[in-house]
Design a protein around this ligand. Structure first.
Ligand code: SF4
Ligand code: SF4
Length: 455
């Protein structure tokens, strides 16, 4: 399967050598890298991975682009902690995603790999109707008690990896809920802002309550919320897995969808008419804020993509920017905050989620040791690298347990699932929640006894 450089690599001409050259090999990023910390190998460090990219893509060196090379490149979490640590401003995430894209264009993957990649990344994630159907079937599977029977009969153990993946499946909310999200939701009281909203693909299927809560919080703060129907998956998972061409096509669809938004003020405006476009998923937010980079060489979209990315805001970032209406409902609970990598390292949003949580009366915010470390979720890392993902999660769980908190707040779907899994495994009486859900409960005066009792 290896490409032995008998012919030039496809896609290597677009590799950003200028950004790659910024690395001075100082090694300051190494102590912040979770895979280097776990495995202790230079090849599993940011500096080592940059070296591997150079050695494979420079013709004079011509290291084979083989499976061993790809193992190191794919063992990276794409957590971007190395970017925060780097004094030279190396855009590691961008380079990594480009490197994976070159690999995917040149490697001959197995039939099984191509089948699953095509199914998940091309047939399901970009297709809202198919995703809706799939998650509605999953909801039925759980709701009709089939899941309990399958678990009791030990069928999952016989299914190997597929069975293990099933155990990661969270409780799917009622499909009805997602259909309550309207194209335009009016502000409560006077309209102070007009914002776009991106519900996401998986986020809208699994964390529908968080999306509904986000819209409620925005309207509570005087926002008219526009949610264009024609938008699609943001392409973050595609980028992380080397499918840049698919990600670019999805980015264009989203830009076009927001390019034709309506609002109560202007019947047909465009995202220029919006004060911001809001996202509540950190991983998606980082990708959406980088559409400008993704499409910089596309003459028809480069400028629009740049404008679109400038309008993107994480929900906590937006609430910290505006004069947020303080909630009055008390949540007298100990809450710790774990930073999603793509919010902290990818978007440099650090204090805003804390500010949102601290606005809730009665809430005691407990600082989490190593809150800036990855939890091991990293997109689909817990599926592609299950053992390493668990080791990284274990490190996180030790610190979470130390806080003795009632709630672990974090603003990314993958982190919420991963941390909840860790909480269950360790038998802790805690719950992982998105900060915006807590804020929404505080606005609505719902007591913690009520929402913590929910399954
Ligand atoms: S992105 Fe994360 S895992 Fe990958 S090299 Fe950087 S710090 Fe290490
Ligand atoms: S990526 Fe940055 S911190 Fe890491 S070795 Fe290169 S210059 Fe140093």
């Amino acid at each position: 399967m290896a490409n032995q450089h008998t012919q030039p690599l496809i896609g290597v001409d677009t590799f950003n050598w200028k950004k790659w050259d910024a690395c001075t090999h100082c090694g300051l990023c190494l102590p912040t890298c979770p895979t280097y910390r776990e495995l202790g190998l230079e090849t599993d460090s940011p500096r080592g991975r940059l070296y591997l990219m150079g050695s494979a893509f420079k013709e004079e060196d011509a290291t084979p682009l083989n499976e061993e090379w790809s193992e190191y490149i794919y063992r990276c979490l794409d957590c971007r902690a190395c970017e925060t640590a780097c004094p030279s401003g190396v855009h590691f995430g961008e380079l990594l995603e480009e490197a994976r894209s070159i690999y995917e264009q040149n490697a001959s993957r197995s039939v099984a790999y191509r089948f699953w990649t095509n199914l998940v990344f091309k047939q399901l994630l970009p297709n809202k109707e198919r995703l809706d159907l799939m998650f509605e079937l999953m909801w039925l599977y759980q709701r009709l008690g089939i899941r309990r029977i399958v678990q009791k009969l030990g069928i999952l153990k016989l299914m190997g990896r597929l069975g293990e993946m099933e155990s990661l499946l969270p409780k799917i909310p009622s499909p009805q809920l997602k259909y309550t999200i309207r194209d335009i939701t009016p502000a409560k009281g006077e309209t102070r802002y007009r914002v776009g909203f991106i519900p996401g693909c998986i986020m809208n299927q699994v964390f529908t309550e968080t999306n509904v809560a986000t819209i409620r919080v925005l309207t509570e703060n005087g926002c008219e919320v526009v949610t264009p129907r024609k938008q699609t998956c943001c392409g973050a998972l595609h980028l992380h897995n080397g499918l840049r061409d698919v990600a670019s096509a999805l980015a264009k669809q989203n830009i076009d969808a927001f390019g034709a938004v309506s609002s109560s003020r202007l019947p047909r405006a465009g995202f220029q008419d919006l004060d911001a476009i809001i996202i509540n998923s950190a991983g998606c937010g980082a990708a959406l804020k980088e559409y400008g980079v993704l499409l910089e060489n596309d003459p028809a979209y480069a400028e629009k993509a740049e404008h679109f990315s400038h309008r993107m805001r994480d929900i906590s970032e937006f609430l910290a920017e505006i004069e947020m209406i303080p909630p009055t409902g008390e949540i007298k609970r100990r809450v710790t905050y774990d930073e999603p990598c793509h919010l902290l390292h990818g978007q440099r949003v650090k204090e805003q989620p804390r500010k949102v949580l601290q606005s809730i009366p009665g809430l005691a915010l407990i600082e989490l040791t190593e809150s800036e470390w990855c939890c091991g979720s990293a997109g689909i890392y817990n599926i592609t690298q299950p053992e390493l993902s668990q080791e990284i999660l274990e490190r996180k769980m030790v610190h979470i347990a130390e806080t003795d908190a009632d709630i672990v707040a974090t603003g990314n779907p993958g982190c919420l699932l991963q941390i909840q899994l860790g909480i269950q495994k360790h038998g802790l009486s805690m719950k992982a929640m998105h900060p915006v859900n807590l804020l929404d409960y505080a606005y609505r005066g719902i007591a913690p006894e009520a929402f913590l009792a929910e399954e």
